[in-house]
Design a protein around this ligand. Structure first.
Ligand SMILES: Cc1cc2nc3c(=O)[nH]c(=O)nc-3n(C[C@H](O)[C@H](O)[C@H](O)COP(=O)(O)OP(=O)(O)OC[C@H]3O[C@@H](n4cnc5c(N)ncnc54)[C@H](O)[C@@H]3O)c2cc1C
Length: 466
């Protein structure tokens, strides 16, 4: 410790007005919320101020309000508050995932979303999600409140539009993304307890075969978290094919300004950012063949029983298949994808478990349980084999480690490990498994639910292709 607590003053006002009044009195007062960034500076003797005003206990900043058009997250809500909030998880899954990736459990119990924004690290995990979701901030001071888009709040490395006498009061997320495909990924040494080398939060919507909206936000590749607006522009209104993916990768690289540092090189970051953009675009891709329309048209017209049986292998939960069949007709692939996400998130935990049980263990060869779903079971097994194709080339050492990890996982969580294995190598899956073994039960359930959501989306695409 390079700081002496006797040289510091800490006050904890009882109300938001009292806190902002103190900030208005002198710029020497520095807000402290969870203190996870501030205490690092304190310990290093680098804290810029010796007068701290605690906002940790201010009720106005600690609640998540669900309004008809938006969700308002109080700036002092912790990552735990966010990742455990059912509606945030359902409507803003990329933010809930970022909260679950941030630090470890102790950090998630103290670190706040407002603190993450004001700390203004270009590598902060939650910020790309806020950009992708078109978040707005409500700032408060003795002069009143002002509301501004979060995009543009960070003006340069560690510089923001916040005045010294202002606090962030709330982060507002518009409830307008139902039915969008979303994808968040952090590339780092690990997800938790590691600063990202590159991270992405992306969402988009396809109508017919054309992308009618896309939001791409990246972190760790510029002095501030970035929306790739030029890349978005060239994609919007187009159908995704190889040449558009290539152009999008090139455009994305031209928009970012990555640097070399102790965690990575600029070259690596640029390559990964381009690949993350391509990965997302491939999720939005509608295949050229017409088989999709035929399959969907036939399924829309099938009896309820046949429709349940046909779509079941995409997810493995009877309740999901029944609810999807009951929601017919679906107009096109994107409404089917959106309906699937909504249906999946509204299921009970036991329905989720049923879907998880329909998968073979990662790294194990698979056989359908005899007579279970007839050809449905065979389809599901065939897809599992394809999904694990890349992972199948593992060496013996990795295979043994995966088997041990699977055992440990099952002992800890009482179910098999679910991961969207498509395109992932065995070592990648092993490192994900090891990280997730550190999760608590609630976080892990949320991650497994999200992985199954992605598996279902990929399978729906294959299913539509006949
Ligand atoms: C071990 C460890 C691991 C971490 N891992 C990650 C990680 O994986 N990903 C990641 O993104 N971050 C990570 N962090 C960083 C950190 O946890 C986050 O930035 C956190 O969200 C900061 O919130 P806080 O409440 O603790 O902020 P504090 O430390 O209290 O404050 C940080 C800054 O924000 C200001 N501030 C706080 N709240 C407000 C407000 N409402 N209005 C105005 N100003 C405000 C403070 O004055 C200060 O300048 C890690 C930190 C540690 C110590």
């Amino acid at each position: 410790m390079r700081s002496d607590p006797r040289e510091y003053e800490l006050v904890a006002p009882a109300s938001l007005q009292a806190a902002v009044a103190l900030l208005a009195r002198s710029p020497a007062w520095l807000p402290i919320a969870g203190g996870t960034d501030i205490m690092v500076l304190y310990a290093a003797g680098k804290l810029p101020s010796r007068r701290l005003v605690s906002i940790w206990n201010l009720a106005e900043l600690r609640r998540i309000e669900v309004l008809p058009d938006e969700v308002r997250i109080g700036a002092a809500c912790t990552y735990t508050d966010i990742r455990e909030h059912e509606l945030v998880g359902r409507e803003f899954p990329m933010l809930a995932r970022a909260a679950a990736w941030t630090g470890g459990i102790a950090n998630q119990n103290r670190g706040t979303l407002g603190g993450n924004i004001v700390n203004a690290s270009p590598a902060a995990d939650s910020l790309p999600a806020l950009l992708a979701y078109d978040a707005e901030l409500i700032l408060v001071s003795v002069r009143g409140e002002r509301r501004l888009p979060y995009a543009g709040f960070h003006i340069d490395y560690k510089k923001t539009r916040l005045a010294p006498d202002e606090l962030i009061r709330s982060i507002c997320l518009p409830r307008k993304f139902s039915g969008y495909v979303s994808h968040a990924r952090k590339v780092g040494s690990r997800n938790a307890q590691a600063i990202s080398k590159v991270c992405i939060a992306a969402l988009g919507r396809v109508s017919g075969k054309l992308v009618d909206e896309v939001h791409l936000a990246v972190g760790s590749v510029a002095p501030v978290p970035l929306r790739l607006s030029e890349t978005e522009r060239i994609i919007t209104g187009k159908g995704i094919d190889e040449s558009l993916v290539r152009l999008a990768k090139k455009t994305a690289v031209a928009e970012i300004r990555p640097i070399d540092d102790i965690r990575s090189t600029a070259r690596y970051r640029a390559a990964v950012a381009a690949n993350l953009v391509a990965e997302f675009l491939n999720m939005l891709r509608v295949d050229e063949r017409n088989a999709m329309t035929d399959v969907l048209a036939r399924w829309n017209a099938a009896t309820l029983e046949a429709a349940v049986t046909q779509i079941l292998p995409c997810c493995g939960s009877q309740a999901w298949a029944l609810k999807m069949a009951a929601r017919r007709p679906f107009r096109d692939e994107s409404s089917l994808a959106a309906g699937s996400d909504e249906t999946w998130r509204d299921l009970t935990e036991s329905d989720w478990m049923e879907a998880f049980r329909s998968h073979p263990r990662i790294g194990e060869s698979t056989k359908p349980e005899s007579g279970k779903h007839g050809s449905s079971a065979e389809k599901s097994v065939g897809w599992s084999v394809q999904e694990q194709e890349k992972a199948g080339n593992a060496g013996d050492e990795v295979k043994i480690a995966l088997a041990e990890g699977n055992r440990e996982y099952e002992q800890k969580f009482g179910r098999i490990f679910i991961v969207c294995a498509t395109g992932k190598s065995a070592p990648e899956i092993l490192s994900i498994l090891r990280r997730r073994l550190q999760n608590d039960g609630a976080t892990e359930l949320q991650e497994a639910v999200e992985e199954q959501r992605q598996i279902t989306q990929i399978r729906l695409k294959k299913w539509l292709q006949g």
